[in-house]
Design a protein around this ligand. Structure first.
Ligand code: SF4
Length: 188
């Protein structure tokens, strides 16, 4: 039996129509997005990953994050998120996430738990020592002495997540420390 192109298309149309009737798709619940987050606390925030600065809504129950999604009212992303931003929930709720300071002393093979105050104090002390040890006050160029106030023992790196104000403050801090090697993660 030969099937003409016209009959083939007719048959295909009929089959599709009967599938739609037989399948009877369930009626979409237009309220489902609200139902999903009903009773939860909503807090707007900005994605911490990059300088695009997409808006997000974080839903919490009893202080625990249960959902993170793009903020449709945000002018930058209008609800959309890239794959990294979409996975932010897994960063907040992850048993492998470190929430306390872990310190391994020089030469040691084991980690110790330390307080945040201890860590800040230690970082500040080491930065000060490094700066003082490597500070170059003057430099002779072509026989003439110039004041340079330069710290050759330290470098600083900005990240894409920093906004204008944070970049400004980091730049000021780096210059105050005499740091000349100031870079940005995106250029490396
Ligand atoms: S990482 Fe993705 S979701 Fe986050 S701000 Fe950048 S583009 Fe937006």
């Amino acid at each position: 039996m030969t099937i003409s192109r016209r009959n083939f298309l007719k048959g295909g149309g009929l089959a599709a129509a009967s599938l739609v009737v037989a399948g009877k798709p369930a009626q979409a619940n237009v309220n489902s997005p609200e139902m999903r987050t009903k009773g939860l606390q909503s807090t707007t925030t900005i994605c911490p990953y990059c300088a695009v600065g997409c808006g997000m809504i974080v839903h919490t129950r009893d202080g625990k994050i249960v959902n993170i999604e793009g903020d449709t009212a945000h002018p930058i992303n209008q609800g959309s998120l890239c794959s990294k931003g979409s996975a932010l929930f897994q960063v907040a709720n992850n048993e492998r996430r470190l929430t306390r300071v872990q310190y391994r002393a020089p030469g040691s093979s084991s980690w110790e738990e330390k307080s945040w105050d201890w860590a800040m104090e230690r970082i500040a002390t080491l930065m000060k020592e490094t700066r003082d040890r490597n500070f170059v006050r003057t430099e002779k160029i072509k026989g003439k002495e110039y004041v340079v106030n330069r710290n050759d023992g330290m470098a600083m790196l900005g990240a894409a997540a920093l906004d204008n104000e944070e970049c400004y403050l980091l730049g000021k801090f780096a210059r105050a420390m005499g740091v000349g090697y100031l870079e940005h993660q995106a250029r490396i």
